[in-house]
Design a protein around this ligand. Sequence first.
Ligand SMILES: Cc1ncc(COP(=O)(O)O)c(C=O)c1O
Length: 371
Amino acid sequence: MSDTAKSRAATLAHLRGVKLAKGDPVSLPLTMTTTFHLPGNPAGVSQYGRYDNPTWEAVEDMLGHLEDAPSVAFPSGMAAIAAVFFALLKAGDRILLPSDGYYTPRLLAERFLKPFDVPFDARPTKSFLDGGFSGYRLVFVETPSNPGLDICDMAGVARLAHEAGALVVADNTTMTPYGQRPLDLGADIVVAADTKAPNGHSDALFGHVACRDAGIITAIRDWRKLSGSIPGPFEAWLVHRGLETLEVRFERMCKSAELIARRLTNHRAVKSVRFPGLEDDPSHNLATTQMERFGFLIGLDLGSEAKAEAFIGACALVQPATSFGGVHSSAERRARWGDAVPPGFVRLSVGCEPVEALWQAIEASLDGIRG
Ligand SMILES: Cc1ncc(COP(=O)(O)O)c(C=O)c1O
């Protein structure tokens, strides 16, 4: 992790503390209210629960600090992505999405943007620059892609897309601001599902949009206020708490993932491993130029659906579950959702368990695979 990331992590825990008055609670109070005491002129204070909430604002302060950019909170990662689409696009705009990234943005575009005359194209992440970006209003990247863990050159995309007059949106869910900094690489907007590692405890959905352009941030805030796509205060409180430990959890998860990925490559039951930190991974060279860490997700192909399900089902320290980024390691066979990966491809999300115990459980489960 770079020195800047470390100093950001160090000050994160004190963002609230430095603003406290004598007698204020040190921990963040959960403010459950729809209304505020509001006699007379309503300007300049909290007005109504769809417009403002002090608990969201505390999370936005933290996210803004981590992203080094104003950030707007949403009730899920998809709500953040939808806010970018619906606040910034108009009829006649064309957008480009990754064909191998998280599938729901493509479904959203197909079902709800196309009928408003906003068509989309989709391209694989590993060849995302091929064909250039002429004719697009918005280019959406997800690198590493979920679940295949391919990578595209974010700075290259930003340069070419800007030359073509397009906005660049980066979904940084798989990396968090500690692992990769898309805005510093040239992206205009970051979207992320804080449902994953930022909250980290698999108990709240949440998302955010971060952007250094004041006009875009205003449009995103207006979208939230007018559409009502607002986070719940309790979820915000949980995410605030999760963010306080993100750096420690992320550090452990990335370190463990690197060790486990290396050991997986030597196991007889594993056909292939995808992890950007492995020197022979197709993503490795590019990863070293734009990622601060290699992340906590590993892709492993066990050769068949039956073998993949047997591995997941038998591993005592891996939760069979969708989603990723929790303190508990988890895994799933992504082909079960129709992702374009082999039937035996498992996405393993490495959690915070002590790594040797975790590896022993993974190894024992792999050893038990027949055939
Ligand atoms: C890369 C990525 N982006 C966005 C999302 C959407 O997040 P949420 O489920 O919080 O809407 C997900 C969810 O899995 C994801 O993997």
